[in-house]
Ligand binder design. Sequence first.
Ligand code: A3P
Length: 315
Amino acid sequence: MHRRLLDSGITLLGMLASLVWGVMGPIHTLSMRLRWKRFRMYQFKARPDDVFIVTYPKSGTTWMQMIVWQLKSGGSLDFRHIEDVVPFLDRCGAADLPRLEALESPRFFKSHLPYEDVPRGGRYIYVVRNLKDVAVSYYHHYLLMEDFKGGLNVFVKMLVTRRTNGGSWARHVLSWLEHRNDPNVLFLSYDEMQADLPGTLRRVARFSGLTLDEALMPLLVEQCGVAFMKRLEARFDPRLSRRGNFVRKGETGDGLRELDAKLQADVLCEEQRVFDRARELDASGALERLLRGEVLSSHDASKEATHEKLRKLPS
Ligand code: A3P
């Protein structure tokens, strides 16, 4: 009897938590977007050589922030927090303008905005991560940062019904997918970054107009590695919560390991729209495989051609 009461209590609490987050998530997203719109429309002015790192949450944003900073600074660890040197633009307001203006060009920013909402006039590095891995990573983020009390199944339900802070993964990815071959967009996947970190550093440097000293490569690769970043955890944790690991595992494939068949099917419903569009855009199936988290064996030639074009853009 007691056990049944306890089980019902826990189920009820899970439902309540899901309800509260179901309401809070969209309000949070809306308020961020309104604040941002005011800032973007009236205050912030992008420079032509600005680079915006754009991601859906938990797709390797912090990792890319570290990569660009390591490339820009030649391996400097002289920063208190990564957002001091690569600011999170979506959280900036008018009071931050002097600090942003003072950053040396090329400036790098982090953003989670869909394509239509990012400031125009810069360059964009978009990092996509397969949704199954995002789901597990985001769940741990909610446990750590949002005091989330529901289980993984409750969280996945919220994610696929677009009730997390990040909104719809499919909408976000689709908005950038259409622009993946624009000359000022570098479209990368978390999984290809994993597969070839030195290659990623070279591509990001070339795209951002930075000169890469090949002699520094071993140092930069080490300092952008997950083990090194874990040791500097406090410099990457967005809220310095210290209640767990913000730089968690840094692996590909957690989604397949931790989500059961039912949860994987739930996630697939959200992913399918993106896979379908990818197949329309690229009949070879390479783009779809990239979005599924399967790494391409070689860089696709059109991407390299695009980067050639970019080098000719005025800076
Ligand atoms: P996991 O939770 O799967 O470990 P974001 O910065 O967008 O919030 O993304 C966080 C994810 O990137 C986390 O994934 C984190 O561990 C991973 N990550 C951070 N630094 C990394 C690195 N150097 N190499 C690989 N993954 C990294």
